[in-house]
Design a protein around this ligand. Structure first.
Ligand SMILES: O=C(O)CCC(=O)C(=O)O
Ligand SMILES: [Fe+2]
Length: 273
């Protein structure tokens, strides 16, 4: 581990132990999978605020290039983001996380009636713009959470993306939401890693199948990273609650709506035997 790495980044919260960022729903699992403790991990402060900002800027650069609404309104020659307040109301520092980076309008997709994701922009990250080595090292940390992927801790551009990996950036509008789903079994591998940059959201995990309705709500603040694999990846649906949902609150306080970017890293499925 590099000496510069934050101590906080190694703190791991699991579904099987009490955590202020995880609340159980619907009672205990009828038959808890033996691997449950390892199949979901939340690192609440995997990236520092400055690291989160650098990654969010990279994601926004990528998303804006694909977004015709943005191309028509190119940022000023200085390259600086316009700073507009998301709301006139005073917001807490947690809720305000990185919101100064966001300045609409964006070409959000509504999502069709049968889609899982609503009010979002997304892009696959197949190549990177020239970015400082420090930013590459942040991406390496994310890739290296997936057991089948391996990137040097101080990578050169050619090290990224690693073979048999995919990275995908998703910008969820404050009005957006992700409905319960299990990630595609054919296209995506065993482990799914997601970093949150921006406004906090509630990630819901709910058991698939009739009768057993237990699950967990997980608060994912800016800079946090979660990892799901095994039983959680295959036997639980995951969703991102809309801010209008009655459970989109934490410790009795409604979450302040804002823009959120997720950086999703996956491996590809093993080739059939
Ligand atoms: O944004 C997230 O944390 C989850 C995204 C997701 O579920 C997906 O892209 O399949
Ligand atoms: Fe998903």
């Amino acid at each position: 581990m590099r000496a510069t790495r934050s101590l906080f980044s190694t703190l791991a919260h699991r579904l099987t132990a009490p955590s202020p960022l995880i609340r159980a729903r619907g009672g205990a699992p009828a038959t808890p999978p033996a691997s449950l403790a390892d199949d979901f991990v939340l690192f609440p402060a995997f990236f520092s605020p400055g690291e989160s900002r650098a990654l969010a800027e990279l994601a926004l650069w990528k998303l804006d290039r694909m977004d015709s609404t943005r191309r028509r309104r190119r940022r000023k020659a200085t390259g600086e983001a316009e700073v507009v307040p998301v709301t006139d109301e005073p917001v807490t520092p947690l809720a305000a996380a990185l919101q100064d980076l966001f300045a609409g309008p964006y070409g959000f997709e509504e999502g069709h009636f049968d889609s899982v994701i609503h009010q979002y922009r997304e892009s696959l990250v197949t190549s990177l713009p020239p970015v400082p080595g420090s930013t590459l090292a942040l991406l390496a940390r994310l890739y290296n959470l997936v057991p089948t992927l391996s990137v040097p801790e101080e990578p050169v551009p050619e090290d990224l993306p690693p073979p048999r990996s995919s990275m995908h950036v998703l910008h969820l509008a404050p009005e957006g939401a992700i409905l319960p789903h299990v990630d595609n079994l054919e296209a995506m591998g065993e482990t799914i890693v997601g970093a949150t940059l921006g406004a906090p959201r509630v990630l819901r995990l709910e058991a698939e199948g009739d009768g057993d309705k237990h699950g967990w709500d997980v608060l994912v603040p800016s800079g946090s990273v979660y990892m799901q694999k095994g039983s959680v990846r295959y036997k639980y649906a995951h969703s991102i609650l809309p801010y209008t949902h009655e459970d989109s609150k934490w410790d009795g306080e409604a979450l302040q709506p804002g823009h959120r970017i997720s950086l999703m890293v996956r491996d590809t499925p093993k080739a059939p035997m």
